[in-house]
Design a protein around this ligand. Sequence first.
Ligand SMILES: *[C@@H]1O[C@H](CO)[C@@H](O)[C@H](O)[C@H]1NC(C)=O
Length: 203
Amino acid sequence: MEQRVFMLSFLVLLLGTLFEVRGWPAPNFCHDYDCPEFEVVKKNEAFEERVYVESRWITTKVPSTKSMDLIQGFSRLKQYCNGKNEQGTQVFTKTWPALITLTEGEDGSDTNVSVSWFVPVNTVLPKPTDPLVTEESRPAGTVYVKVFEGSITAWHSYAEELHEALVQEGTSFKPHRYTGAGYDNPMNFFIHHHNEVWLYADN
Ligand SMILES: *[C@@H]1O[C@H](CO)[C@@H](O)[C@H](O)[C@H]1NC(C)=O
């Protein structure tokens, strides 16, 4: 009898684990990699309104949105993940998306650009040795998303399109943070690229 109770609790535990892992049906564009969980609450031709859970990122500041600067930023993140950190440990990198974020100051005077990689919830991040690499947390909340194909480098003009679509819908706000999200290696020219631009409702 006791053994049966034991087996049963084991089964329950096992099922619980399975369902926890498979709890969120991640979209195909995540390619079975870890990506931040969201729910689509509204969808029309111009954009999607998603509610994201809180998410973690490793981020590094770059001087501009020029390709060379972005590549340099991503290679800095790669070095960190490959062991250039205080513990000398590897960081799991089978995640999407990779982000480019442009933040404008309130008065438009200063602009910061950064690139980021998604970090799954339970990842233990080693301490960076490079002060330019930082851990970032983005709070749960509403994100307006426009999906586009082709090159991620066009993300900023799609951000403007998205903003216009939101204004037409009556969702009027002045964004000061623009994020481009890529789910494919930009160097792979032979695949269909799924890219997105994000505008945070709370900025
Ligand atoms: C840009 O970065 C600097 C230094 O990290 C910070 O003081 C400033 O507030 C940032 N500006 C914006 C608009 O994020």
